[in-house]
Design a protein around this ligand. Structure first.
Ligand code: 13P
Length: 263
């Protein structure tokens, strides 16, 4: 079903690396990551580094993603950058990351407006959804994720859904550094659930074609256990994407898992 899709590995550099450090990492990634037809590798540097990184990457090997942008196309919005300004620069934008929802007060409505602005500007949104530890303890995970998915996709046409990527990132499993990690079988269940929510909104075919990512403390040791899940089409990687060896091994795990699914 989802086996023929390219696996998508996204490195979210968050607020790390200045221009020089980013350039060094890009050089290392070029050296250590081969081009795989079955794996799409996306880098999401800070806003500051997008332009210089765009000049340095081999576009057959890497695509770029923003980590965020503003939903209005232009105007008097001091300090913001719009999706319109990014349209020649990036293929993707991460939208609604839990850190933006939590630290920057991004509501369901703001996330929805950003998804619609990205799509309007020809940028594919990587929509992040996820439950907190408290919501999980209260058995509210599905409801929370349901509402995040439904509201983020609100107003999209069945054609626009084709470019959308959804990343499930349980907040309790992000950057735990040896603490709690998500069990792959639980992640599979949530990915199936998200696909079902999308099927209810846009039909079975759109849901089957949708690429679903897992994110939360993915590293070179755990990547394959998530990427081999039948409904997992890739990974959204934070900390481990700053280490070229880790990230190269995660891309290799994506290649391996994709190959195994084709068999
Ligand atoms: P970590 O891989 O550091 O847990 O971060 C996950 C994440 O938030 C990616 O967007």
């Amino acid at each position: 079903m989802s086996s023929m899709k390219r696996t998508l590995i996204v490195g979210n550099w968050k607020m790390h690396l200045n221009v020089q450090e980013a350039s060094l990492l890009v050089r290392r990634l070029h050296q250590h990551i081969p081009t795989h037809r079955s794996v799409e590798v996306v880098l999401a540097p800070s806003m500051l580094c997008l332009q210089p990184v765009s000049m340095e990457i081999d576009r057959h090997k890497f695509r770029l993603s923003a980590q965020n942008a503003y939903h209005r196309d232009d105007g008097a919005f001091t300090g913001e950058v719009s999706f319109t300004m990014l349209r020649e620069l990036v293929h993707y934008s991460i939208i609604g990351h839990s850190e933006r929802r939590i630290y920057f007060g991004e509501t369901l409505e703001i996330v929805r407006d950003k998804v619609s602005a990205a799509v309007r500007n020809g940028i594919a949104p990587i929509i992040c959804v996820g439950d907190t530890a408290a919501e999980r303890a209260n058995h509210e995970s599905k409801k929370v994720v349901h509402d995040q998915v439904v509201s983020a996709l609100h107003g999209l046409t069945s054609q626009e859904i084709d470019d959308v990527v959804i990343a499930y990132e349980p907040i309790w499993a992000i950057s735990t550094f040896g603490g709690e990690v998500a069990r792959p079988e639980d992640m599979q269940a949530m990915l199936v659930y998200i696909r079902q929510v999308v099927a209810d909104l846009f039909g079975k075919q759109a849901a089957e074609e949708l690429r679903l990512l897992y994110g939360g403390s993915v590293n070179q040791d755990t990547a394959h256990s998530y990427l081999e899940l039948p409904d997992c089409n890739g990974a959204l990687v934070g900390s481990a994407s700053l280490n070229y060896q880790q990230f190269a091994n995660i891309v290799a795990a994506g290649y391996q898992a994709n190959y195994e699914k084709q068999e």
